[in-house]
Ligand binder design. Structure first.
Ligand SMILES: NC(=O)c1ccc[n+]([C@@H]2O[C@H](COP(=O)([O-])OP(=O)(O)OC[C@H]3O[C@@H](n4cnc5c(N)ncnc54)[C@H](OP(=O)(O)O)[C@@H]3O)[C@@H](O)[C@H]2O)c1
Length: 409
């Protein structure tokens, strides 16, 4: 029986999880691929570290050693940072290897180049683990929604932020205490900037956008905000309206324009993302034939991520290259445009100092806290006039408990 030889770049949480899963699921892999899978080599930074790797596996710190092996069919990349990773993967493709990556930052920057190069060299690219860990969102978009036109995606793509927001609400913790709890539980890095400032979710959103819409928006036009401005006070106000703060990546098409944001959003009880708590991730996809689909699951961790990588291994070994991304222009969609026209917002601040612009207030619990219907342009205008206003969009049904509809302040 011929053998599929794999090289693993990086032997941290993801690399080691993948290695262990190849051993624990070798029978299933052989059955589905008709060939045995063997790890030929592992690339690491520090060769002196103790690792649980079989003596038959070649361990190196030099990527050229991997390229010079007599047989490598698949290169699995689980390193950090975009460089030199991009250069490694380019060389692997040029050598005729299929590639799999878990590295969202690298893939958000260079994914398109790698996909194009892979086409030229007739190899496949797997990147399931770059978005939402163990949730098979890439494969769902790539394989199951070929004819559907995706119109909108909402995702909770960063488990650390979701954990912090959940802890703040449930345990009445401050942001700083909830962050500390995330660090103590191993959910947040010592430097949590990438997670709590929304960069991690931003990269994932750009990868999703390219797959679902055939392009990503101009990165500078994306409204990217983290969760550092969310206070216990704001969380309590939201609760009075039955709303929960979630850090949401949102991508939708308006006419020929892609609109994307990654920011704190208030979610109503009826929305599928309302109940996504702790380190869980979820992706809510709205497409024209099927309607709404929500995928939820573990967004990180050794085995959830290994699951994504091992399923990619099957995908690339079958050299399934169809539909690397939707390239057809998607017509504007009335549903998306309508929601874009008018959204529901929670606004904190003194609206009545800004009488120039009539705003449709639909609820108010106390002076200075409002629920309004407005377009994002109108809200942008309001915040320009009064920079102390704090505004959050609301997704999901919101039912007013007070009879203030159509009130104009
Ligand atoms: N952790 C998760 O749950 C998760 C989930 C989805 C995606 N990802 C992504 O997967 C990637 C890996 O994450 P991780 O958590 O496994 O990281 P990690 O635990 O920090 O491990 C990184 C590994 O890469 C090696 N490495 C770093 N720079 C290298 C270089 N220049 N050359 C060779 N080896 C190098 C390190 O070698 P040494 O061991 O010698 O230091 C280490 O083995 C990241 O891009 C991350 O964003 C992670």
């Amino acid at each position: 029986m011929s053998v599929i030889k794999v090289a693993i770049l990086g032997f941290g949480t993801v690399g080691e999880g993948f290695y262990r899963t190849i051993q624990s699921h070798s029978e299933e892999l052989t059955a589905v691929l008709g060939r045995k899978v063997e790890v030929a080599a592992v690339l690491v930074k520090n060769k002196q570290k103790e690792r649980n790797i079989s003596k038959d596996v070649f361990i190196t710190t030099e990527f050229t050693d991997i390229l010079n092996l007599p047989q490598v069919d698949v290169v699995v990349e689980a390193i950090v940072d975009k460089d030199p990773t991009y250069s490694f993967l380019k060389q692997a493709i040029q050598r005729g290897c299929h590639i799999i990556t878990a590295n969202k930052e690298m893939f958000a920057h260079y994914g398109q180049e790698l996909l194009e190069l892979a086409k030229v060299h007739n190899v496949s690219v797997g990147y399931e683990a770059t978005v939402a860990g163990g949730i098979p969102v890439i494969q769902t978009l790539r394989q199951l929604l070929n004819v559907n036109r995706v119109q909108q995606i909402h995702g909770i793509l960063n488990g650390t932020s979701n954990f912090i927001l959940t802890e703040m609400r449930e345990k009445k913790l401050s942001f700083a205490d909830a962050l500390r709890a995330a660090q103590e539980n191993g959910y947040a890095e010592a430097d949590p900037t990438n997670d709590v400032e929304g960069f991690d979710a931003f990269y994932k959103a750009m990868i999703l956008s390219r797959l679902a819409f055939g392009e990503d928006p101009n990165w500078h036009d994306v409204d990217r905000k983290g969760i550092t401005s969310i206070t216990s006070d704001l969380i309590d106000i939201a609760l009075q309206f039955g709303l929960r703060f979630k850090h949401i990546a949102s991508i939708k098409k308006k006419g020929n324009q892609l609109i994307a944001s990654v920011k704190p959003v208030l979610v109503g009880k009826e929305h599928p993302l309302y109940h996504v708590e702790g380190v869980q991730n979820a992706v809510n996809i709205y497409s024209d034939i099927v309607g709404q689909i929500t995928l939820q699951g573990p967004g990180a961790g050794m085995y959830p991520t290994a699951s994504a990588v091992i399923e990619d291994l099957v995908y690339v070994c079958q050299n399934r290259r169809a539909n690397q991304g939707f390239t057809s222009a998607i017509e504007s969609c009335s549903i998306v445009e309508k929601s874009q026209e008018e959204e529901t917002w929670l606004i904190k601040g003194l609206l009545n100092t800004l009488n120039e612009q009539p705003i449709n207030v639909i609820d108010q619990v106390e002076e200075g806290i409002w629920i309004v219907k407005a377009t994002s342009e109108e809200v942008a205008q309001l915040t320009k006039l009064n920079q102390e206003l704090v505004c959050f969009p609301i997704i999901g049904e919101f039912e007013s408990e007070h009879d203030l509809a159509k009130l104009v302040v």
